[in-house]
Design a protein around this ligand. Structure first.
Ligand SMILES: Nc1ncnc2c1ncn2[C@@H]1O[C@H](COP(=O)(O)OP(=O)(O)OP(=O)(O)O)[C@@H](O)[C@H]1O
Ligand SMILES: O=C(O)C1=C[C@@H](O)[C@@H](O)[C@H](O)C1
Ligand SMILES: [Mg+2]
Length: 231
């Protein structure tokens, strides 16, 4: 089992609670403070979990989405790297993918506790049966999707994804899309991550989220509202 270098005596290092990470003296995270300036705060009942292939924008779009709706943001790959004090590539090299997936499940479980926030996952997280069951039970999921040629270009910008080093990145992404897309399609919502400014994708996400919350709150009004209607 991977052990945190910072927490050598702690087993299951992925279980540390993150609630106040990135929080300033106000106790609110940077993205919460920035979000409150944008006047588009959305009240979340559950975390929003972003899923999709490598390079689709889970991290960069997710961070912007969190600012835009005034909630916190965390990224499971970054949290794993922080806890292990190793990069994702080093974890794959030293411990293998199975161990990475086990740590990823624990970290995502921890990240879903506490105040609802936006959580960007690694591209393979939702493919793990246990992790998927946990995410589907506890979160609203958004599948970010894009064409393969767009993903090839975006992932070519950084050499940090171990799965893409095993051969031709375009072939690997095509195979992963064929295998994963039917599973990603189990998400609550889907959004295209087309090329162009990130803000356009974020605005589209906010629109789709608002429509979804409106629909579910109409069919399942919060307890307070239900009582008011009954009386
Ligand atoms: N909608 C978009 N338009 C233009 N560029 C984008 C868009 N979304 C992401 N990018 C760019 O693509 C690259 C990869 O994005 P990002 O790291 O957010 O992907 P990811 O889904 O988190 O990937 P991974 O699963 O490997 O963590 C970054 O350079 C990012 O700025
Ligand atoms: O798609 C995947 O399986 C991965 C995506 C990255 O975010 C990392 O989580 C890791 O490189 C594996
Ligand atoms: Mg990412």
């Amino acid at each position: 089992m991977i052990r945190s270098r910072r927490h050598k005596n702690r087993r299951n290092f992925g279980s540390r609670r993150p609630d106040r990470q990135g929080a300033g003296r106000s106790g609110r995270s940077t993205s919460q403070r920035q979000g409150s300036r944008n006047q588009s705060t959305v009240k979340l009942d559950k975390p929003i979990v972003l899923i999709g292939l490598m390079g689709v924008g889970k991290t960069t779009i997710g961070r912007r989405l969190s600012r835009s709706i005034g909630v916190g943001f965390v990224d499971s790959d970054h949290e794993i790297e922080k806890a292990a004090q190793m990069s994702v590539a080093e974890i794959f090299d030293s411990y293998g993918e199975d161990e990475f997936r086990a740590v990823e499940r624990r970290v995502i479980n921890r990240l879903m506790q506490g105040k609802p926030k936006v959580i960007a996952t690694g591209g393979g997280a939702f493919m793990n049966e246990e992790t998927r069951a946990l995410i589907k039970k506890e979160a609203t999921t958004i599948w970010l999707n894009a064409d393969i040629d767009v993903l090839v270009e975006r992932t070519s910008r950084r050499d940090t994804r171990p799965l893409l080093k095993k051969g031709n990145p375009e072939d690997i992404l095509r195979n992963l899309a064929a295998e994963r897309n039917p599973i990603y399609a189990e998400s609550t919502l889907q959004v295209r991550s087309s090329d162009g400014p990130h803000e356009i994708v974020v605005a589209n996400m906010v629109k789709i989220l608002r429509a979804y919350y409106k629909k579910i709150r109409k069919s399942h009004p919060p307890e307070g509202e239900k009582k008011a209607k009954e009386s």
